[in-house]
Write a new protein. Structure first.
Length: 195
């Protein structure tokens, strides 16, 4: 009973992700979940003693326009919304009971055959997930130097377009052309829209 990317490894040479998806006699199946209930489905599958894997990736989220803290939030969202991967842990475990698990709509099928995922593909997804989750702000931020942005209604300079010079999790320095002259200004993230 393991979620392939949550618990700490007991043996430092192998990660839980590697332990959870070692090639075994049991294939990895794909389940389709109810909207925004991937975590709930994951929890229920783990309680039923299935190996379950919900790939997540790190994403930057702009704060609400009226939020006091205007710092970019780092969140982890499902890589494949509404899909979760699962594997039996023992031979006598019935895969058909997954369809009655809370949070799950159905097992994905192609005709009458259950959809399965090759071990190599699960391992590749886990490798990408690990890389993305270790990435820095600069590596995953859409606000890179040279990105064209438009100032929105949260600034008196609404409608002007410029280029990002530098960006951090709190402020962005944008190069604008005002009255025919280049001018840099510091803005908060909620004052910009990417073009």
């Amino acid at each position: 009973m393991s979620q392939a990317n949550q618990s700490a490894p007991e043996n430092p040479s192998t990660t839980p992700a590697q332990e959870a998806c070692e090639p075994a006699a049991f294939p990895w199946y794909v389940a389709y979940t109810k909207p925004r209930q991937e975590e709930y489905a994951l929890s229920n599958l783990l309680q039923q003693d299935f190996n379950a894997y919900l790939p997540r990736y790190k994403k930057l989220k702009k704060p609400a326009k009226n939020a006091l803290n205007q710092e970019i939030l780092v969140i982890h969202e499902p890589m494949f919304p509404r899909y979760i991967f699962l594997q039996q842990t023992r031979k006598e475990q019935a895969i058909n009971k997954v369809q009655h698990t809370r949070g799950i709509v159905t097992l994905v099928r192609f005709g009458i055959e259950l959809a399965t995922m090759p071990y190599a593909l699960i391992a590749a997804i886990q490798e990408f997930e690990q890389y993305r989750n270790q990435a820095s702000f600069d590596e995953i931020s859409p606000l890179k130097p040279g990105t064209k942005v438009k100032l929105n209604h949260n600034t008196p300079l609404q409608g002007l377009e410029g280029l990002v010079q530098t960006a951090s999790s709190k402020r962005v320095i944008v190069l604008l052309e005002i009255l025919g002259r280049p001018k840099t200004i510091k803005l908060e993230l909620n004052q910009l829209d990417i073009i």
